[in-house]
Design a protein around this ligand. Structure first.
Ligand SMILES: Cc1cc2nc3c(=O)[nH]c(=O)nc-3n(C[C@H](O)[C@H](O)[C@H](O)COP(=O)(O)OP(=O)(O)OC[C@H]3O[C@@H](n4cnc5c(N)ncnc54)[C@H](O)[C@@H]3O)c2cc1C
Length: 394
């Protein structure tokens, strides 16, 4: 192994910046290539409590950089409304600031930030050669591909995602004062016939509003029209807002199980974050998985355990994502007690404090998918009691 050479990290988003920070903090030279430093990556920007617990240095930026959302309005496809208090707020960051904070931390730990696009990745006798736009290529002993959802690099294992493993997204950034909701309220609206949702995520001085749906389903233009219609109905002036569209991984169970996230041959390599397809297939939460995969990578590679990253990702992240993927179809298309799951969920949230606590735990990441079923069944009878009582009262 060529210990004198740096580790190249391609992509300075959350996954790449956290990996580079961990590697540099462990004394390993790391170079991060970031093609678009300071860009506002299309995103809601919502960091759950689970992410904040793992990365308390980000929680420290509340509320100066991130808006703490303390409640979420849920609206079902039929228009049923429920307001969910979030006892552990979701921290909503502008992505430009989140990325900058993480990259600054990596640089302070000693990582080199190269503000340029890595153009090609070629295995050679002494490790990886990274072609740059100008100047000599970088020779690296190992490479981390953290270039986001569109990163398709010829690594030893095929990309974990293919057609059918994606969501299309579209949205606008709008000034906060155009929104009808209180500034610490997130809004999520489900629509008939859409296995996705509309959202409004308020940041400190603007909001990211958007829509997601399966790629290959409705064209993005149709999704965009659904979003604009919703905004108009809510009385939001969206014209003139900055438009965005992007891809969001939504991996299936089989794909997650078969994926290879990194290895030692022919030279150490890894994929992290969106480039590895590590996104919650129901909610689209990817920031936690990007941050955590970056940290797991640094943990393994700091010990020169080049194969250990794959096992860590499988153990800690994939099992939960697989459980989510197994539920995703049921969530959008299933029925429960004679009604669509989304209708029942919103009705229970309206009427049962116990069920609202469960949803708040899901939002916070304190309740995972893997053990969701047993809790739902355990509390079904008391929940139904609360629902019936509230129904009688109303
Ligand atoms: C519309 C939308 C809303 C979302 N909302 C949320 C949310 O509210 N909460 C949440 O948890 N998740 C959300 N996500 C998911 C989240 O945005 C991603 O999971 C997260 O950004 C992944 O981080 P990453 O570091 O893997 O990739 P990215 O954040 O995409 O970063 C990759 C970086 O690599 C750089 N890059 C790519 N190729 C190269 C190259 N060849 N050379 C140099 N640099 C390169 C890019 O410029 C980019 O900065 C959302 C996604 C979308 C699309």
């Amino acid at each position: 192994m060529h210990g004198d050479l740096p580790i190249a990290v391609i992509g300075g988003g959350p996954a790449g910046a956290v990996a580079a920070y961990g590697l540099a903090a462990a004394g390993l030279p790391a170079v991060v290539f970031e093609a678009r430093p300071g860009w506002e990556k299309p995103c809601g920007g919502g960091l759950t409590d689970k992410a904040l617990r793992h990365f308390p240095e980000l929680a420290a930026h509340l509320p100066a950089e991130a808006n703490p959302a303390r409640e979420c309005e849920l609206v079902s496809p039929a228009g049923r409304r429920a307001l969910l208090p979030l006892d552990r707020p979701v921290a909503i960051f502008p992505r430009r600031r989140l990325n900058a904070l993480l990259l600054e931390r990596a640089a302070a730990a000693g990582a080199e930030i190269a503000a340029e696009r890595a153009r090609a990745l070629i295995p050679g006798a002494r490790g990886w050669r990274i072609e740059r736009r100008a100047g000599a290529p970088l020779q690296a002993r190992a490479v981390v591909v953290a270039g986001g959802a569109r990163a398709a690099w010829p690594l030893p294992a095929p990309p974990p995602l293919t057609a059918g493993d994606w969501m299309a997204t579209a949205g606008y950034y709008l000034p906060l004062e155009r929104l009808p909701w209180p500034r610490q309220r997130m809004a999520i609206r489900f629509l008939p016939g859409l296995a996705g949702y509309l959202w409004s995520f308020p940041r400190r001085d603007h909001a990211s509003v958007g829509v997601c749906g399966p790629l290959g389903g409705e064209p993005t233009a149709a999704l965009r029209r659904r979003l604009e219609h919703w905004l108009e109905q809510a009385g939001v002036a969206w014209r003139g807002g900055d438009f965005y569209a992007h891809l969001l991984p939504a991996p299936t169970r089989g794909r997650l199980r078969a994926a290879r996230f990194g290895g030692a041959a022919p030279h150490p390599w890894a994929r992290a974050g969106d480039a590895a397809g590590l996104v919650d297939p129901i909610t689209g939460e990817g920031l936690y998985y990007a941050l955590r995969s970056g940290a797991l990578l640094a943990e393994a590679w700091a010990q020169e355990d080049w194969d250990g990253y794959h096992a860590r990702v499988q153990r800690e992240l994939v099992s939960e994502l697989e459980a989510g993927a197994a539920l995703a179809h049921r969530f959008y298309h299933g029925r429960f007690l004679g009604a669509a799951v989304l209708e029942r969920m919103t009705q229970f949230a309206q009427r049962s404090a116990r069920f609202r606590r469960l949803l708040a735990d899901l939002f916070a990441g304190a309740q995972g998918y893997a053990d969701l079923g047993p809790r739902l069944w355990r509390q079904l009878l008391p929940t139904l009691g609360e629902v019936a009582l509230a129904g009688g009262r109303s």
